[in-house]
Design a protein around this ligand. Structure first.
Ligand SMILES: [Zn+2]
Length: 677
């Protein structure tokens, strides 16, 4: 690793329109946290920057849908996510937000510098405008017919039915999502960053000078560069975002892809007055941790912006991960298909490290990977509990039992003792090499190998048997085991910090530096330790089954909402409709019809009379919950005899695609017998 004076770590700014889920954690925040904690243990000058990305169309859409302001949307998710990161031990030095004043100033200034240097091109283009609402329409605000598959509700940027990406002008009969009116094309002026101008430089910088970048990152950059780059608009017509700081640019804001990465700079400014040395001194190593969907922004666009500005350094590396799936399906915020961090923290109190461990151990570093609750359980029970926890516990308990929790004085070391002690340093070196090349999965596996080594050493040397006739030998065995334990406390700290803090407490050592790991005399003879408690506990089957059931419920709800709506029946005349006599009514009594599963015999007060109605609702409602329920009844449906019972009329219910049934009732408590028309 080239020696740098300081380190600037950035983690992709989470978009403030939803909570953090395990995909975010495995892809970005756990790797960045491991790397940051590692550098801190080394005593390096390092700052870790993150914050909420709070601009862009999806936030305005969500606000409109919920009838609140965009600021209210971002306030909600900013505080939720900030707290979840803290509680999960993600050690940012600052978690800022792009709606802060300092960010508006920084982003405006950045734009202005590029504008004054003549780095933008100005271009007028035709875009859809909603005359009723008086605003230009972002692609997501326009719906219409897909020219490829005929889907009536394609968006201005994509048809979600056939997956084709579209231009808003491709849509048949476009419609504004704001007013519902047909939009008109209108000219609008925007500023573009001519990325084509940076193509040659980017090719040299990435393809020749950064061949060490991860293959998935390098490959994606190469494919973008091979296709050729186009100028990209840095502004758009919207009322939510950083206003374009120019005369006559009213109603235009910085495009979110331009403003968001500048958020890293504003957050650093907010953190320290000394921010420039982190951003402008070539002795700083800047690393961007991101997911694969952000590669083009962090490897091509943001570096071009920094290059155009001229005074900033460029990233040393952009270790992007691939995607994590959940139980075989793509994680999706809109489909609620995720394990949400804030919910995990509530449902698994004190088990941050179990999730940190499982997500790192199966992180999608080179290809997409799958998270399953069963694997999570196995990682916790078979690795954290059975390997790591077991070794530490046995070492501390035996030390307590035989030597009153004092580190014993070793006797003469056997070859096996020496080779075991030497392995600590070898494994530590391997963890280090893997972390520095962003192979965190492998780094964790090597660190766990140290715990495996410890378990094997205890199993081979059997101190609990040897103690009967050779206490001196047991002193040496536990001395060696304790040295392994102390090194574990250091090299596992970046991965599972909560547990290693506990361990340091039990070992009675406050802080250790990374370089001390591998030292075979970390704990001096006579040093007092404590017997500790169990470091990890097993996760039982019923806990895991509850989580799996939660996902199954989500799947069912999604199926219901995605099921196609039944097509309309043939027209009826008004006269035909008005022949139907529908009234409000109240159920008085209910009993199941014998020898049937679906039928319920109901006594109903229709306002006209009290009558018997047989209804197929016995699988949806209990006998106890029905009396008193308000319903609507077709009272003039010709009587029918069902299972020997005369049924006079029909109760109205709505039923969704999963078979869920609900009564059609009036919102107010209206008198029985009132007509429904
Ligand atoms: Zn389509």
């Amino acid at each position: 690793m080239k020696k740098f004076k300081r380190h600037l770590i950035t983690s992709a700014l989470p978009y403030a329109n939803g909570p953090i889920h395990i995909g975010h954690l495995a892809g970005v925040y756990i790797p960045s946290d491991i790397y940051t904690r590692y550098l801190r243990l080394r005593g390096e000058d390092v700052i870790s920057i993150c914050g909420s990305d709070e601009h862009g169309v999806p936030i305005t859409l969500k606000a409109r849908k919920e009838g609140i302001t965009p600021q209210e949307v971002v306030d909600r998710y900013h505080s939720l996510n900030k707290k979840a990161f803290e509680d999960f031990g993600i050690a940012f030095d600052i978690y800022s937000r792009t709606s802060n004043k300092i960010h508006y100033e920084t982003a405006s200034e950045f734009f202005k510098t590029l504008y004054d240097k003549g780095e933008f091109i100005e271009k007028t283009s035709s875009q859809y405008y909603d005359e009723e609402a008086g605003c230009f329409l972002a692609d997501r605000y326009i719906t219409g017919g897909c020219p490829y598959c005929g889907n009536e509700n394609a968006y201005g940027d994509q048809c979600e039915k056939c997956g084709t990406s579209l231009n808003a002008t491709d849509l048949i009969n476009p419609k504004s999502a704001i007013s519902g009116s047909a939009p008109v094309l209108k000219d609008t002026l925007h500023w573009y960053l001519p990325l084509d101008k940076y193509e040659g430089w980017l090719k040299k910088w990435i393809l020749e000078e950064h061949t060490e970048w991860k293959p998935n990152v390098y490959g994606q950059c190469k494919s973008w560069l091979d296709q050729g780059l186009q100028p990209r608009a840095v502004s758009r017509d919207l009322d939510w975002g950083v206003p374009v700081p120019l005369e006559g640019a009213k109603g235009k804001v910085l495009y979110v892809w331009f403003d968001a990465p500048i958020g890293y700079i504003s957050a650093t400014k907010e953190l320290t007055n000394d921010w420039e040395k982190y951003w402008k001194d070539p002795e700083t190593s800047m690393i961007h941790f991101i997911g694969k969907d952000n590669i083009v922004f962090h490897c091509i666009i943001f570096p071009s912006m920094l290059k155009a500005e001229g005074t900033y350094i460029l990233p040393q590396n952009v270790p992007a991960n691939e995607f994590l799936n959940l139980e075989g399906d793509k994680i999706s915020t809109s489909r609620n298909w995720a394990v949400w961090l804030h919910e995990y923290l509530e449902e698994f109190p004190g088990k941050q490290d179990s999730l940190r461990y499982a997500l790192c151990a199966s992180a999608p570093e080179t290809k997409d990977n799958d998270f399953t609750w069963k694997e999570f359980q196995a990682r916790n029970n078979n690795e954290l509990v059975a390997i790591l926890g077991n070794f530490i516990n046995r070492t501390l308990v035996l030390t307590d039992k035989y030597f009153n929790s004092h580190v014993p004085t070793p006797g003469k070391l056997t070859d096996y003792d020496t080779s075991t002690l030497n392995s600590i340093a070898t494994l530590k070196q391997s963890v280090e090499n893997n972390i520095e090349t962003f192979r965190f999965r492998q780094a964790l596996a090597e660190a766990m190998n140290l715990a495996r080594l410890g378990n094997k050493y205890l199993a081979d040397t059997e101190p609990w048997k040897v103690i009967r006739n050779d206490e001196e030998r047991v002193k040496t065995i536990l001395y060696v085991s304790l040295q392994i334990t102390a090194s574990l406390a250091i090299i596992l700290e970046p991965f599972i910090p909560f547990s290693m803090d506990k361990l340091k407490g039990w070992l009675n050592i406050d802080s250790l530096r990374w370089d001390e790991a591998g030292n075979s005399q970390l704990l001096a003879p006579g040093h007092k330790v404590s017997s500790g408690e169990l470091m990890f506990s097993k996760i039982e089957d019923d806990v895991i089954e509850k989580q799996i059931q939660k996902l199954l419920d989500t799947k069912k709800a999604n199926q219901a909402s995605l099921a196609p709506v039944l097509s309309q029946k043939e027209d009826v005349s008004f006269d035909e409709f008005s022949m139907m006599d529908i009234r409000t009514a109240t159920i008085l009594e209910a009993e199941k019809v014998a020898r049937t599963t679906k039928l319920m015999k109901l006594k109903v007060d229709t306002g006209i009379d009290v009558r018997t109605i047989v209804s197929g609702i016995a699988e949806h409602f209990t006998v106890e919950e029905l009396p008193g329920r308000k319903v609507s009844v077709i009272v003039n449906l010709a009587p029918r005899t069902i299972k020997g019972i005369e049924s006079k009329g029909m109760i109205l219910l709505a039923e969704d695609a999963t078979g869920h049934m609900t009564f059609i009732v009036s919102e107010d408590d209206i008198k029985n017998g009132s007509p429904v028309r």
